[in-house]
Design a protein around this ligand. Sequence first.
Ligand code: NAI
Ligand code: MG
Length: 357
Amino acid sequence: MHIAVLAGDGIGPEVTSQAVKALRALAANGPQFTFTEAPIGDAGYDQTGDPLPEATAELAERADAVLFGAAGTYESDLRPPEARGGHALLRLRKRMDLFANFRPVFAFPELIGASTLRREVIEGVDLVVLRELTGDIYFGQPRGIVTEGGERVGFNTMRYTESEIRRVAHAGFKAAQQRRRKLCSVDKANVLETSALWREVVIEVARDYPNVELTHQYVDAACMLLIRRPRDFDVIVTGNIFGDILSDAAAMLTGSIGMLPSASLNATGQGLFEPVHGSAPDIAGKDLANPLASILSAAMMLRHSLGQPEAATRLERAVRRVLAEGLRTPDIMEPGATQVGTEAMGDAVARELARLT
Ligand code: NAI
Ligand code: MG
């Protein structure tokens, strides 16, 4: 199995190399992998003048799966899109048509104490945010900053086609069927036309899934409910921008954004797997980053793109064991635990994998 490794910027390379380490440890008595690395983000721009070099995009399309780190830094965020590291990821998602972004939010029992929320609220949280990834205000035209009446005006276009909504709705219902059969569609149908259409189409698609219980929430109410009664949620399906914001809020149910993996899939089953977090320039290069989001993304890759569900489960069990041993990176540190760095956390997971044969 051929994996494209696009580590990118900031902590991207640090955490991605721990995921590769884990996959190599799995390969000792399981599936075999070959890894090809390629530059993306600021690293791509610095090397080739393009944040998404053509050779990188072609490698990603050719590989069996893409393991991605993070792209962009605060400095490059301020450049025009063609020179912005973070823009590479938007382009790659669009180019590979990776419309379905699954972000599982699971409150590890071992980490309940690391959350800022009360134990009785987060215990048992097990939900998935399915964020549409190729449409919405992130891509809608026209957009820009113009001068009108002597002042600057910024504008963007929120846009969803019926077929874009329909395919992500199907993905949401299918995911719910595999889980607790509850789908909550999140929109802002009381204000936005895109959302009114979203709701209509989701209701149409629901006819194909009579065994799934469908509910609707406005995004503002959904934010509140997610913190108040997170256990009520199973699968949440929503658009690109609402999903971006909701999933960061949901991340805090697990204790740290450093624990959140994701899978972005297209209709052919190709996928890009990445931690939900960004390049974290504030902690880059200091051996402080939590690599578990990246390692758990590798597990999603094994399950969703590489047809290796047992290897995925083995990897997730290794992570649980390391947490149960009390090893913690600083973002999930709690009294009585043992603080370790990025590298040591990766080593511990690899060691547990060697034991779990
Ligand atoms: P961020 O996720 O990089 O960082 C937010 C906060 O969480 C920071 O305090 C950081 O130290 C912490 N954090 C993130 N990942 C962590 C980990 N694995 N372990 C421990 N702590 C962790 O988001 P931010 O600050 O908004 O963006 C930083 C840069 O990353 C920006 O240039 C942004 O454009 C880019 N970015 C890239 C993304 C991607 O490639 N998918 C996603 C989000 C942001
Ligand atoms: Mg985000």
